[in-house]
Design a protein around this ligand. Structure first.
Ligand SMILES: [Mn+2]
Length: 474
């Protein structure tokens, strides 16, 4: 965890850019099926950014008038201590969190009502609907998922969170290391008959050994062509490709997000290897472009061009690859964007919307595939992005009438059908390779470079565990 001076510095930077007081909410438990059974609690990322880990239902008032920060915390009661454990007193919290005062959250409303007599009070929506309702009530602002808060506040938060400082980058390196351990463990435990569920557990166990937890539901499947496949119901067969998209979150909240694809047998087939090497080339070319001043959308289309060139070599596309990308035909095999921002959120700042993620004068495309390009910013030093091209054989696309009609002159759908039927009818699946990259004033720093990605390195990492151990886990 970053030490207190880091958080105080971030709060100081925030306060110096505010004209009006701001109220932020940590959010609380969100019920799963009945109120006492809830999803694991995680504070809102804007809150984590300024305070690190803090208890549920907390709120913080930043007042640029006197430069003060007030924390509002739940009252310390015997009942709470019985169910949730004893927590430090308000005095102790004031010291530990380095704030000017700590007040009972029950008094939040009357405290800010006084403040609002002559000043506007700003806030942003959080994922916890109860906290957002309180924020709406006490500020009088319209806060919705598609309008997270007033632009003047959203812009300041976005600008601070976009540019990671050294303390934050250190957290992200730790998250990347824990993620590397997870991939090593999953690759090592891979073998015929092993279930997706047990392999995902191997990955998450490795994160836990590093003091980290999954930042999002681990994607681990032989059906890699289903982009956000979160079911772990299958078992590996020789000939399958295993796709894992997973990332660790360290206690401060910072995340990693990595994808690797490997052969269940430990050896790529010739067809798998040729598709794999196209994606590897795309990720390498795109990663090289991660530099200040480069428009992220250009990286996306460069990756698309590399994939289209590879598809032409494989005979899956006809004609000029550049023309195919102009027409959007690459999206038949690469139907998503090349990546996103990374930080406290796995898709960092995505709740801030396209006003922040696309920049002024840039609108999201409505074209199939390109509409999933999650950012279109000019890169600046301190930003962290993922680079994650992929190549998939999706039955819904490659057997879809629309696509056959639209791209019949570019895509060889008959040849694509052979990939859909490969592997004794189980299909080819998909290949994605994803790394986490820091934009620096110099060469891009790949946080996840230590995780095998060259085909030979991946093959060498598969099934390292002895047969007997694999059997026990299967
Ligand atoms: Mn990602």
């Amino acid at each position: 965890m970053p030490a207190l001076p880091h958080y105080r510095r971030r709060r100081g930077e925030f306060l110096s850019r505010l004209d009006e007081p701001v109220l932020l909410f940590a959010g609380g438990d969100r019920p799963r099926n009945f109120p006492a059974n809830h999803y694991p609690y995680r504070a809102d990322s804007n809150f984590l950014f300024f305070f690190g880990k803090l208890e549920r239902d907390a709120a913080a008032l930043f007042d640029p008038g006197d430069g003060s920060v007030t924390l509002f915390l739940p009252r310390r009661t015997t009942d709470a201590a019985v169910w949730l454990g004893s927590v430090p007193s308000f005095d102790e919290m004031q010291e530990a969190a380095g704030v000017d005062r700590v007040l009972d959250v029950e008094h939040l409303e009357e405290h800010v009502a006084k403040l609002r007599q002559d000043r506007r009070l700003l806030s942003v929506a959080v994922m916890d609907p109860v906290a957002t309702r309180i924020a709406r009530q006490v500020t009088g602002l319209e806060l919705r998922p598609d309008h997270i808060g007033p632009p003047e506040l959203v812009d300041v938060l976005a600008d601070l969170r976009l540019h990671k400082n050294e303390a934050e980058l250190a957290e992200m390196r730790e998250a990347a290391d824990a993620t590397g351990a997870a991939f090593t463990a999953a690759m090592a435990a891979t073998g015929s008959g092993v279930t997706e569920l047990s392999l995902a557990a191997d990955a998450e166990w490795a994160m836990a050994r590093r003091g980290a937890t999954p930042a999002f539901s681990t994607v681990l499947s032989v059906r890699g062509e289903i982009l956000h496949n979160q079911s772990h119901g299958g078992a590996l067969q020789s000939g399958d490709l295993v796709l894992m998209d997973g990332g660790a979150e360290v206690p401060s909240g910072y995340a990693a997000d990595v994808t690797r694809t490997w052969p269940a047998s430990g050896r790529f087939s010739a067809a798998q290897r040729s598709v794999y090497d196209i994606v590897l080339r795309a990720v390498r070319v795109a990663t090289e472009m991660v530099r200040p001043g480069v428009r992220y959308r250009d990286i996306h289309f460069r990756a698309a061009a590399v994939i289209a060139e590879g598809l032409a070599e494989l005979g899956l596309m006809k004609g000029d690859p550049a023309r195919a990308v102009e027409r959007g035909a690459h999206a038949a095999f690469f139907p998503h964007g090349v990546g996103h921002l990374l930080g406290l959120d796995v898709h960092d700042l995505e709740s801030f919307g396209d006003r922040v993620l696309y920049g002024p004068g840039r609108d999201r495309s409505s074209d199939f595939g390109t509409k999933y390009l999650r950012i279109d910013l000019d890169l600046e030093a301190g930003m962290v992005v993922t680079i994650e091209p992929g190549l998939y054989f999706v039955p819904a696309i490659l057997r879809g009438e629309d696509f056959r009609k639209k791209f019949g002159d570019i895509v060889d759908f008959d040849r694509a059908e052979r990939f859909l039927e490969a592997n004794a009818g189980r299909g080819f699946g998909g290949v994605r390779i994803e790394d986490d990259v820091i934009v620096t004033d110099d060469d891009p720093e790949v946080l996840t470079a230590g995780i095998p990605s060259a085909a030979e390195d991946v093959e060498a990492a598969v099934g390292r565990r002895t047969r007997r151990e694999v059997g026990v886990r299967a």
